[in-house]
Design a protein around this ligand. Sequence first.
Ligand code: GLU
Length: 400
Amino acid sequence: MPFLSETLARVKPSPTVAVTQLAAELKAQGRDVIGLGAGEPDFDTPDNIKAAAIAAIEAGKTKYTAPDGIIELKQAICDKFKRENGLGYVPSQVSVSTGGKQVLFNALLATLNPGDEVIIPAPYWVSYPDMVRLGQGEPVIVEGERQLGYKITPAALEAAITPKTKWFIFNSPSNPTGAGYNRDELKALTDVLMRHPHVWVMTDDMYEHLAYDGFDFVTPAQIEPGLYDRTLTVNGVSKAYAMTGWRIGYAAGPEHLIAAMRKLQSQSTTNPSTISQWAAVEALNGPQDFLAERCDAFLRRRDLVVAGLNACPGIDCATPEGAFYVYPSIADCIGKTSAGGALIENDEAFAKALLEEEGVAVVFGAAFGLSPNFRVSYATSDAALTEACARIKRFCEGLR
Ligand code: GLU
């Protein structure tokens, strides 16, 4: 009998976390590596948020809290949903966890039975399918259209729905493509969902505040109030407030689902860090003006990276609406051999050779379920991005 569980054998370690770790290890060994793997802002957490955490420690707010969050944070989350998304929730409809990742994990584990299907548009964030598998469910992958910036069509969504479909996972702006669904595009998807009342919506809105060129962020329950009773709206402070390490994610949805998620969390991690919760209260209730400044910096970097990558032979990079990722196609690089002698048989080989030969860490497309591509996180300095693009160009020019 194998010691490890059969469930665990169905999943792999997170590739985004693995690439980030590898880049850090190589740097620690003295290698000159530019890390474009990690999906985290390089900006610091704003000072008012840090001060709120310090004040919480000094006030002795360092004990357990209710498993799914303090009432002050739940109220701040309700206020945020009302103010920014026009969605009305009360604190008993809110769950706070250790990052958006735990929110999603809780929701899937709390609801899936063996064989339940979960529709996931590809390319997808690496963890969605494996979380579904950990919950004994079956991921059903719907591929995005390249000419639509890898967004899916309503017809493709409708074709994937079966009587076993439990959830549709939606993510806009997207990790890994940065693509955002506008009002009309999202309404067309919610129209499909209105025809299938047994399908629930899990919307991962983590990149809401990272949107460019006037992109108008919308979330499913806002655009289609008829979905409110079967939507879990997930968000967090990690990306917008540069708080990845604080580990605070949250969601709002129907009370019976939130209660089930609370039960699960009470038997696993109990509450997310008390200090981080107080910091998140300040993030949501405090000044928001720095968001626009940071978006300006991300916009500049996006344009720098898109231009830099499109100057590389064999790379085709679309200009996305949001997040801090681009997801270029490398179809014209496949089958070639690098200057260092590596056969580029797929996007994993491309990313490996790029790291070994030029010291640039990116995440290969197969990890996100759509190839041949790679993901660049441009949440790093302009200087590092300029140097990385020069190295990627040299690497592509060396392909024969
Ligand atoms: N969401 C980020 C990424 O895609 C952080 C790493 C992770 O949890 O996957 O890089």
